[in-house]
Every structure is written in C-alpha cells, then in structure tokens.
Design a binder for this molecule. Structure first.
Ligand SMILES: *[C@@H]1O[C@H](CO)[C@@H](O)[C@H](O)[C@H]1NC(C)=O
Ligand SMILES: *[C@@H]1O[C@H](CO)[C@@H](O)[C@H](O)[C@H]1NC(C)=O
Ligand SMILES: [Zn+2]
Length: 502
C-alpha cells in the first residue's frame, strides 16, 4: 500500500525545504537571529550589519561627497505599493529615483523600517556609541550601471547601496504621515495597498553631507555582504503617536492565522566590526577632534609597494604609521630614526645593488601591483577570508582546506585588500609580504616585530572575543585578522613590539 506516491514524497520534501529556506525567520524564538545562520550561512559570516558605530572605528575620509538623491519628489499621481511582508512595512519605489555621486548609479527599489515596541521604544539597527534610536529607515538601492535588477544585484559585493536614517521620538513628522495614514490597510502579512506618491526626500534629514559609510550586509536573511552603507549623522523625528501607530498597528501573521503575532522589535542586534573601519564625511563636532584621516588608496598602494620591494627604513620613517590608528604617529617618529642610522651603511650597499627608489617605483609597478589584476569588484579580502574560514569551520573541513588556501589564495586576497580597501593593516598579511623579500637585516627586524605584535594581538583578541579563530598553523594564520584592533585604553598591537633597537 502506497499512501504516498513518489511524486508526493518529492513534493513534501520540496515543501519542507521551502519552509527551511523560505521566508520563515523571525527576530525571536527558535527561528530568531541567533539561528539565522543555520539556513542562511552568510548571516554567520563576515561583514555583517548592523554595527555599533563607535568613535574608535571612525576615519575621516575627505573624498566623501554629499549624498545627492534624484527624483525623490514623487507626484501624488504616482501610485506606490505599501505592503506588510511580515518583517517590516515596505514602500516600493519607482526606478526613476536614484543616488548620484557614488562611482556608479544606484537606483531605488524600496524603503522599509525597523522599530522597537510600545513598551521598549528603541528599535534602530545601527547604534552610535551604544545609543539605540527609536526606529530606523532603510532606502534600498541597487547598482543599476552593473546589474539589470534588484535580484541580480542583491548578492554581489557592489550590488546595493542603502541610505539609513535614524529616527527619534520628538516632533510630529508630516512626511511620515503620508504613508502612516494607510497603515490599517496592511495590518496583516502579505497585505498591500496602493498609496499616492509623496516627497520621499522629506523622509531624509535636512543635511545629506554628514554621514557614516561602511561596507556591510543585508540586516535580514540571507544577510548577503553586498551593501554599501550610508548612515546619516543627523536623525529625524516622529511623534510618539506616530511611533505607537507603527509599533502597534501591524501583525507579522496572516489575517487567517488563529493567533495574531504583533510586528514590532524587528531589528537585528549589532554585529562585530571585524577589521572594518567606518568612514565619516565630517570632522567637526563633539569628540571628533582626534579622528584620524583614512589612508588614501594611493598611499596604501605605495606602502604595500614599499613592503614588497622598497626601502624598509624609509617605510618605517614615513609610510607605515599612516595605516595605523590614531596616536601612533608620535611613537613611531622617535623610533624609526634609530634603525635608519644604525643600518644606513647596509642600506647604502643594498641600494647600490638594486635600484634607486625612483627607479624601482616605476619598474616594479607592473610586477607587483599589475600582476594582481586589481579586480574592481573584489570583495574586500578580509571579508572573503573570514567568510571562507567560517564556512570551512562549519563543515569541519577547515584543517585540510585552510592549509591549502593559506598559501595559495589568502596572500593575494590580503594584498588586494590593502590595495583596494579601507581598513587597518592585518599583521599576518604584512608579514607574509615581507617574507617574500630577501632576508636583509631590516627585513628580519621588522619580521621579529611583527611576530611579537601578532602574539600580543592574539592575546588581546582572544580575551576580547573568544570566537576569534585561533591559529593552528604557527603565527602566520590569515584567519587571525584583527577583530578589535583598537579597544579602549589598549594601544594598537603594532606599537607594543616596535623595538627597532634590539
Ligand atoms: C532580473 O534580470 C535577470 C537577467 O536579465 C532576469 O533573468 C530576471 O528574470 C530578472 N528578475 C526580475 C525579478 O525582473
Ligand atoms: C607596465 O605595463 C604597461 C601596460 O601594461 C606598459 O605599457 C609598460 O611599459 C609597463 N611598464 C614596465 C616598467 O614594464
Ligand atoms: Zn532594513
């Protein structure tokens, strides 16, 4: 007797898989955010969002231009779809809306919100120095120069750009009311209504020139690390009544479900910053005086170039500190001179044997930098590296595969990261680059310092965060990238072992 035909078994299995990989995820309980990575592996990977934007992560980037939004002022004649997708309230946006001023055009797709609850009115996803706001709006755009639509862009490293707006309870917000007045038409999951267009620009803060910028991910499954984040420095306000309307009107369950589940508290907790820095477009304001300027990619390339083939004593004198966090300049300045004097004789000899600095810069450019290809859309190496490691670890294959990847893949990825990305230096990769050089005195010296720095770093990072993958392969583990390179009160690991004199 066959109760189930083969086809219905297959269908049952497909249904089962559909439940696993479909939209069934929540913010709390057995499908809550701590379990997302079981079905959506990227959620447990690197480069995740949101983050807590702490002062020590900030780097001023003078190249960040004001955000410019185009065609955001919609006419009431244009119909927008307002919907409840069970996780948020979302407004579809017409493709004539876009962000200009980024290297590529990012076309608007939708906007949605994250919020707290009536009893706990703190539900923003991003925090600024541990402060969580009442709510947060995300205006989602995709890279339309490169991809035909949202679904093609969503999992690409340069696929999305999201504008994040922090929302505080305060003054009544008339722009918010333009869609809030229709919210009772979408009380239940999968309900939609058409609403007249309005000025979406009025939902953004007045100043679009002051913002935080970092590379991150979707904050909901499948958590692809595909988002160029822009979080505006200035928040907007909505009234308490408006907040309560958002926090109490909606359900994450369907209209026909017997037990209605309120839709609120739909925010993800902050994710590790990993080795990321947060670029800022502004330099003025409380507590921002000491903010270091981010290293330009040109300087970064020059420094890597010099690590590869240049004069290490010159590097110690002027270049290296520029990639280090604040406060390191002074300490470096005093110490490097000693090495230079001590070893000037050796250096003079080695210079004669090789090339003079202006010559090597030209002649070596193709060999080292050109060889790497510098793929523009390369995921920042560190992210990729951590993701690969994480996935290998989950599949318990890390011992075989990491060993192989370590030599073949990671050094190039790391090198690319230094050239293309904005982060602080990862010590293992620097040491790897250095070890490609002839073992001159100053190379050995620098290598010894790096070994000590790595040991110090491991000590600090394992005490800070137990989940840091501890190397099994001696000191040179690409997975041991600095997780929290500059925790309060602790100098950067680079600074500790710089005993150039010994
Ligand atoms: C997105 O573009 C791809 C490639 O052109 C196409 O195959 C796909 O159907 C499009 N998806 C949507 C939702 O339009
Ligand atoms: C570097 O590459 C460019 C183009 O690929 C070539 O024109 C140039 O001659 C190369 N320079 C050196 C020093 O090899
Ligand atoms: Zn969002």
């Amino acid at each position: 007797m066959h109760f189930l035909s083969f086809t219905s078994i297959v269908l049952l299995q497909l249904t089962f898989l559909g439940v696993l990989h479909g939209a069934k995820w929540t913010y709390t309980g057995p499908e809550g955010e701590n379990h997302w990575s079981e079905h959506y592996p990227y959620c447990g990977g690197a480069f995740q969002s949101p983050i807590n934007i702490k002062s020590e992560l900030l780097r001023f980037d003078p190249t960040l231009r004001p955000i410019e939004v185009q065609n955001y002022n919609l006419s009431p004649k244009e119909q927008l779809t307002l919907g409840n997708n069970g996780h948020s309230v979302q407004i579809s946006l017409p493709s004539k809306m876009y962000i200009s001023g980024l290297p590529q055009r990012y076309t608007a797709a939708q906007l949605h919100f994250h919020w707290g609850s009536s009893s706990r009115p703190t539900g923003s996803e991003h925090m600024v120095n541990n402060k969580q706001y009442a709510a947060e709006m995300h205006v989602v755009h995709f890279n339309s120069d490169k991809y035909p639509n949202m679904s093609m862009a969503v999992d690409k490293s340069d696929g999305l750009a999201v504008l994040g707006v922090l929302i505080e309870i305060g003054e009544f917000n008339p722009a918010f009311e333009q869609f809030l007045k229709f919210i009772n038409g979408i009380k239940y999951r999968d309900q939609k209504v058409q609403v007249p267009g309005f000025n979406i620009r009025a939902l953004l803060p007045a100043r679009l020139d002051e913002y935080y910028r970092y590379d991150g991910s979707l904050t909901t499954p499948p958590c692809y690390p595909s988002v160029l984040w822009t979080i505006f420095r200035n928040h907007i306000t909505i009234s308490r009544k408006q907040f309560l309307s958002l926090a109490t009107a909606l359900y994450s369950s369907h209209a026909q479900d017997s037990v209605p589940v309120p839709l609120n508290g739909n925010y993800r907790k902050p994710q590790p910053a990993d080795s990321r820095v947060v670029l800022v477009s502004f330099k003025e304001g409380r507590g921002l005086h000491g903010i270091p300027t981010v290293t330009s990619s040109l300087v970064r390339k020059q420094i890597v170039q010099q690590l590869l083939v240049g004069d290490l004593a010159d590097l110690a004198d002027e270049g290296l500190y520029q990639l280090l966090p604040r406060g390191s300049e002074k300490i470096h300045a005093g110490k490097k001179k000693d090495l230079k004097n001590q070893q000037s004789e050796t250096l003079a000899k080695s210079k004669q044997q090789t090339l003079n600095p202006s010559l090597w810069k030209k002649s070596q450019t193709n060999r080292s930098v050109g060889k790497l290809g510098l793929a523009e859309d390369a995921l920042c190496y560190v992210s990729l590296e951590q993701r690969v490691f994480h996935q290998l670890k989950q599949s318990h294959a890390e011992t075989q595969l990491v060993q192989a990847l370590r030599d073949a893949v990671f050094p190039d990825l790391n090198l690319k990261s230094y050239l293309d990305c904005k982060s602080d230096l990862a010590l293992p990769a620097i040491r790897h680059i250095l070890r490609g050089r002839p073992p001159t005195d100053e190379a050995k010296e620098l290598d010894r310092s790096l070994t000590k720095a790595l040991m110090n770093q491991k000590k600090t990072s394992t005490t800070i965060k137990q989940s840091v993958p501890v190397t099994k392969y001696g000191g040179l583990s690409p997975a041991t990238v600095p997780r929290k390179p500059h925790s309060q009160g602790y100098p950067h690991p680079w600074l500790l072992p710089m005993e150039w004199e010994d």
